[in-house]
Design a protein around this ligand. Structure first.
Ligand SMILES: [Zn+2]
Length: 184
């Protein structure tokens, strides 16, 4: 029996999220080799979160009580992704997952994992809270002073830009280019 056949049997031939029988398909619940049966509407919503009809997910009000962990995991992930709407958060608050299932539900690739690290002049990774020395005299725009080579900047903060950090020099919070810094 292939996956779809066994899912159809488990789900009684309807979408395991919303109960529709429209164009059923198999959806893999990463990172495990487990699957749920979803209809076209649900699959579209999962594939294109930007254009999804959030109200469609009110169907999870029923399906989140499924005994199938893979369905619970998807209900949790979907509700969490739209929790700012208010009502999904209320449903999430009611949703009970055992520890293993919760771990699975939260085991999704971190969206921020592809962010570039901030590197200093030696390509050493800088983190917030690090201390660095400035390796080159730098004119600091808008302050009228030069951040001298050899100046130690303590307790730096990372910024959204991997090429820049923030730190205090002469008591002024300034943005510095990480390539002109060296981790202490
Ligand atoms: Zn559906």
């Amino acid at each position: 029996m292939d996956i779809k056949e066994s899912l159809l049997k488990r789900a009684n031939g309807v979408c395991e999220l919303c109960g529709s029988s429209d164009e059923l398909d198999v959806f893999k619940v990463e990172p495990k080799d487990e699957y749920i049966l979803v209809c076209k509407t649900c699959l579209d919503g999962l594939s294109n979160p930007d254009t999804q009809d959030i109200n469609h997910w009110r169907c999870l009000n029923d399906s989140m009580w499924s005994e199938v962990p893979a369905v619970q995991v998807m209900a949790y992930r979907i509700l969490k992704s739209i929790s700012s709407e208010g009502w999904p958060q209320d449903m999430l608050d009611m949703l009970y997952l055992d520890d293993d299932t919760k771990e699975w539900a939260e085991d999704i690739e971190d969206e921020h994992s592809d962010i570039q690290p901030t590197l200093d002049s030696n390509s050493t990774i800088l983190n917030s809270g690090d201390s660095v020395t400035i390796v080159k005299d730098l004119d600091v725009k808008g302050t009228g002073f030069t951040a001298k080579r050899g100046t130690v900047v303590k307790n730096i903060s990372l910024t959204d830009n991997p090429e820049q950090i923030e730190g205090r020099v002469n008591g002024v919070k300034i943005v510095l280019l990480s390539k002109f810094l060296k981790k202490v």
